[in-house]
Write a protein that binds this ligand. Structure first.
Ligand SMILES: Cc1cc2nc3c(=O)[nH]c(=O)nc-3n(C[C@H](O)[C@H](O)[C@H](O)COP(=O)(O)OP(=O)(O)OC[C@H]3O[C@@H](n4cnc5c(N)ncnc54)[C@H](O)[C@@H]3O)c2cc1C
Length: 304
């Protein structure tokens, strides 16, 4: 029986683990990937808004976090596959057959990129379907590209790619872009960017690599094909809550609803970081929430 089991070892989970260790709690962290860091491993832009630390990218920041927690005494299991979780009983069954129990659970499973679910998206990943505009910009320099999405991430990436690509087509299914005004105005000023609103990508075309996209515009009778050498999909994120959403209170998008103490609708089950923060997901928000949950758990155990 552990005092705390933390599910997820991104910024939120690592911060909670560090605090739990400092507060003398017997802590186990379960991470499904081979390495810790979560989304930080996919941040290619410099991080300059986390107070006290500047990093050239997410991996560098993850390495700083890993260095800081390496002497802490919590257990960290990576490559863990969780089969099921009974939050009320605070019991976790692993695919390996092992069963774990704890007095408290902290859910820190973060978010993942939303997928379009269209032909070509997965098959051509890394072969024209980009991982990141920042990271892949030089590879796609000189090619016509298509960016899918209408929020800040899509707009920002379209602007970045427009610096090196002859044409950038931004395809958005809504009537209006959701990106902040500053980006919308800059998009308008870029002569090589075309914005298709109320349009859907039906498939990404290509055998060995991306050759084009099939676009269906609102009101059109049939789709048309457009030749591009690269596609970037930025249509938002969704929370990793499949294991829990039947048991705890979640909002309409599946994010876990928490109290000011980061507690879920089930006592002694907490949720921290992006998985419970749809409005302002940040590294500082994630690490702060980790500290809050750890301190609440420690003070409850002390009272006992
Ligand atoms: C491109 C990009 C740029 C960004 N730039 C900034 C920035 O400049 N400043 C800033 O403050 N924030 C930035 N962010 C946001 C920031 O990265 C996140 O808010 C923060 O990393 C969230 O941490 P987290 O621990 O809550 O979640 P995550 O990082 O998503 O970590 C969740 C972890 O849980 C694991 N997990 C999920 N499901 C399971 C399971 N079933 N079992 C075990 N483990 C599981 C995952 O593998 C992952 O390791 C950026 C994000 C992106 C994508």
């Amino acid at each position: 029986m552990h005092d705390v089991i933390i599910i997820g070892a991104g910024a939120a989970g690592l911060s909670a683990a560090l605090w739990c260790d400092e507060l003398g709690l017997d802590t186990l962290v379960l991470e499904q990937e081979a390495e810790t860091g979560g989304q930080l491993l996919r941040v290619y832009n410099p991080i300059e808004n986390y107070l006290g630390v500047r990093a050239a990218g997410g991996r560098e920041m993850r390495d700083l976090f890993a260095e800081q927690v390496k002497d802490a005494e919590f257990d960290l299991w990576t490559n863990v596959e969780i089969e099921s979780v009974d939050l009320k009983a605070r019991r976790i069954a692993l695919r390996s057959g092992e069963e774990l129990r704890s007095l408290s659970i902290i859910i820190a499973t973060g978010v993942r990129r939303r997928r379009l679910g269209i032909p070509g998206e997965m098959e051509l990943a890394g072969r024209g379907v980009m991982e990141s505009g920042t990271r892949d910009r030089d590879i796609f320099a000189g090619k016509d590209v298509c960016v899918i999405g209408g929020g800040d991430a899509a707009a920002e990436n379209a602007l970045l790619l427009a610096e090196v690509c002859p044409t950038v087509t931004l395809v958005h299914r809504g009537k209006q872009l959701r990106a902040r005004q500053e980006f919308v105005e800059r998009l308008r000023g870029e002569h090589c960017i075309t914005v298709f609103k109320e349009a859907n990508i039906r498939r990404i075309i290509g055998e060995q690599e991306v050759e084009g996209v099939e676009i269906m515009r609102a009101g059109a009778l049939k789709p048309f094909e457009m030749a591009v050498g690269g596609v970037l999909i930025r249509i938002g994120v969704e929370p990793n809550t499949e294991l829990f959403r039947e048991q705890v209170h979640v909002d309409e998008r599946g994010y876990i609803v928490v109290t000011g103490e980061q507690e879920t609708s089930i006592g002694n089950v907490f949720a921290i970081g992006d998985v419970s923060n749809p409005l302002a997901p940040t590294i500082s928000g994630a690490t702060g929430a980790g500290a809050t949950a750890a301190k609440v758990i420690a003070s409850r155990l002390n009272e006992r």
